[in-house]
Ligand binder design. Structure first.
Ligand code: NCD
Length: 313
């Protein structure tokens, strides 16, 4: 039986632990050059209706390592450009006998709609401002590797919370795992409604990152912003940039993270992004292993997870 991975909010703590355990096991096997459990005879449709570098390539890599075939769907050259609806497109892919879908879409909830009409598993690769579950899993694996545990950590998510699906998925995951989540940024980008998410709101950077074990920087998502949310980029940068000076407020061992793409010199400077405290390159690499775990979890819900098998493969 297949499972969908549509968002972290819908998962139990046990599901998150299972996914992270599978990812850790698959990473070890891959790095040690040992065999990785294969998923045979499956074709995965990659539906990216929005731009992507990291997420798309790491899903392709993950599928490659697992022996899954990938078929790409280019929105501009597909029948959607002729006016076909999302529902009819998904039904077409179902009867083309694709076995699973990875989907990114500018509308929140589009992958849930796809899951309704598609026969196999659907994995959300980012929907509007809603969720980006595999990004949060990759971030959690990275924090676990560097800090040993998620429970009890202070994690500050800094910047454009309003438009960020990464902020939402991370807030759900980290709070379910017992971390303290803080949202930090200007009022226009951290609206009161963010209070419905599991986290505390701070409008001042120094108090928001005070004692933080981890800072997750967010890009200003100008493609999703209406006019007037920021008086100027320079003012934003002077108040909220993570750099050598502002990092002094955080814990001395604080990790600097960013989901990418980075706008260097705006939300983060070169020193913070490239220092040894930065975990940005590990986030990219771990993206592959959590996506391998997500594919295993989604495709093989009834089979024992690879991490729990006794070193058989
Ligand atoms: C993020 C996204 O697309 O939500 N990027 C990513 O997947 N690594 C964040 C962003 O675009 O700023």
């Amino acid at each position: 039986m297949a499972r969908n991975l549509l968002g972290i909010r819908l998962l139990q703590r046990e599901d998150i632990e299972e996914l992270l355990e599978i990812a850790g096991d698959l990473k070890l096997r891959t790095l040690e050059g040992r065999a990785v459990p294969q998923i045979h005879g499956q074709v995965l449709g990659m539906l990216f209706f929005e731009n992507s570098t990291r997420t798309r390539v790491s899903f392709e890599q993950a599928a490659h390592y697992l022996g899954i075939k990938v078929t790409n769907f280019a929105t501009t050259s597909s029948s959607m450009a002729k006016g076909e609806t999302l529902k009819d497109t998904i039904l077409t892919l179902r009867y083309e006998r694709l076995n699973g879908l990875v989907m990114r879409h500018r509308l929140s909830g589009a992958p849930s709609l796809a899951a309704k009409y598609f026969g196999g598993p659907v994995i959300n690769a980012g929907d509007g401002q809603h969720e980006h579950p595999t990004q949060a899993l990759g971030d959690a694996l990275t924090i676990l590797e560097r800090k040993g545990d998620l429970e009890g950590l202070i994690v500050a998510i800094v910047g454009d919370v309003k438009h960020s699906r990464v902020a939402r998925s991370n807030a759900w995951l980290l709070s379910k795992m017992g971390a303290e989540v803080r949202f930090v940024g200007p009022r226009t980008l951290v609206p009161e409604a963010s209070g419905a998410l599991p986290g505390k709101i701070f409008y001042d950077l120094a108090s928001g990152i005070d004692g933080a074990d981890v800072i997750i920087c967010l890009r200003l998502q100008r493609e999703r912003m209406e006019e007037g949310l920021l008086s100027s980029i320079g003012e934003y940068t002077s108040m909220y940039q993570i750099n050598k000076d502002t990092l002094r407020y955080a814990d001395s061992e604080c990790l600097v993270m960013h989901p990418g793409p980075l706008n260097r010199g705006i939300e983060v400077d070169d020193v913070a992004a490239d220092s040894e405290r930065s975990a940005i390159t590990s986030q990219i690499e771990n993206g592959i292993f959590v996506r391998m775990a997500a594919l295993h979890w989604a495709f093989q819900a009834d089979e024992p997870a690879p991490a729990k098998k006794k070193a058989k493969v």
